[in-house]
Design a binder for this molecule. Structure first.
Ligand code: SF4
Length: 359
């Protein structure tokens, strides 16, 4: 019979919990109990008291998109007068600013622009890597990659090979939302399926690319569907070990077609803690200060989080949905220290540990 004692015993014995047990925890455990479990798992995986972060910048190269997600306030329909494709010179200027602040990674993502085929990305990546040879290109979430190969009439395999040859270094885990097709259909009619999202990641991992895994929750899904999402991610990770980190964040409702309410911070922390305990094969958990704010990001360090994510010099997508939180490097370092941890800069693979550039 599922109860708190049997699940706690499993966690103490470092045994994997089942989907039923994860759902039981999410629905029944006290917030303090969930925090204690997640903290135990984090301390076991990261006993050194270090909380990491990365200096990087989001660059949204286009907002034209034909996926029409009803939770998205960022996109514009093709040919809309407020749509854009950033000139390469502007992208380069943003990268230079990132280097000037001590970073060498950009997170390059955009809408599903029907006018941009694979040759656009190959030319862009090659140019950026020529201008900035030490640039780490963390680019193109799985739905964008699916869009590119379909628009370019290529296979996934060839698309990834060509993007890697042009300079792609790793893949952000965006566009996962909830990896359950009945949920995805309620959010985005033209977006890739759960299987397609997972296939991109599994094939990319097989080619040596690393990626993150994400979950955007608190919209139309049930708690059981959140657990199903986590289980799909855990299954792929068992096979590939290619996810470097998990990032969960909550749906932001302002300016969106979907509208509705946003979940409470307690629900965010509950879900985060259960994910930390359930995803026993993912080493790093990132805070989502972009959606939750600096204080809650600091609090999440007691709910399984060991990474503050990115300084995110620029962020447009969540900001379009009415949520504007900012944290620069000294503020991240201060939040980490206030919570009793040591702050270190990292790279995308989490291999590097550097002192803060600016504390
Ligand atoms: S979330 Fe991404 S794919 Fe969906 S509409 Fe917005 S830009 Fe397009």
């Amino acid at each position: 019979m599922t109860n708190l004692d049997t699940i706690t015993e499993k966690i103490l014995q470092e045994e994997r919990i089942s989907t039923d047990e994860a759902l039981w925890l999410l629905e029944n455990a006290e917030l303090s109990e969930l925090g204690a479990m997640a903290d135990l798992v984090r301390r076991r995986k990261h006993p050194d008291g270090v909380v990491t972060y990365i200096i990087d910048r989001n660059i949204n190269y286009t907002n034209f998109c034909n996926a029409f997600c009803n939770f998205c306030a960022f996109y514009r329909q093709p040919h809309h007068e407020e749509g854009y494709v950033l000139p390469v010179e502007q992208i380069e200027a943003k990268i230079q600013e990132t280097f000037d602040l001590g970073g060498n990674q950009i997170l390059l993502q955009g809408g599903h622009n029907p006018d941009l085929k694979i040759d656009y990305y190959e030319e862009l990546f090659r140019r950026l890597k020529t201008t900035f040879p030490s640039l780490w290109l963390h680019a193109l979430s799985p739905p964008e990659i699916v869009h590119i190969y379909k628009a370019s009439r290529l296979s996934l395999d060839e698309t990834l090979d060509r993007l890697i040859a042009a300079g792609l270094d790793s893949i952000p885990g965006g566009g996962a939302e909830i990896l359950v097709d009945s949920v995805r259909k309620k959010l985005a009619k033209n977006k890739c399926s759960a299987d397609e999202w997972l296939e991109v990641m599994e094939v990319a991992h097989g080619k040596g690319l690393r990626s993150t895994a994400t979950m955007m929750f608190g919209h139309v899904e049930t708690r059981a569907e959140r657990i199903e999402h986590l289980n799909r991610v855990r299954e792929v990770q068992d096979r590939t070990k290619g996810f470097t980190a998990f990032i969960g964040w909550t749906y932001q409702a302002d300016n969106t077609e979907l509208g509705g309410d946003e979940v409470t911070t307690a629900e965010y922390l509950r879900t985060l803690a259960v994910a930390r305990v359930f995803l026993d094969n993912i080493e790093n958990f990132q805070a989502s200060w972009v959606t939750q704010g600096a204080k809650m990001a600091g609090a999440s360090l007691a709910f399984g989080v060991n990474d503050m994510g990115s300084t995110m010099i620029e962020e447009n997508v969540v900001a379009a949905a009415g949520t504007v939180h900012r944290m620069n490097e000294p503020e991240i370092v201060a939040a980490v220290q206030d919570a009793g941890f040591v702050a270190k800069r990292r790279d995308m693979t989490y291999a590097e540990r550097l002192e803060p550039a600016r504390a």
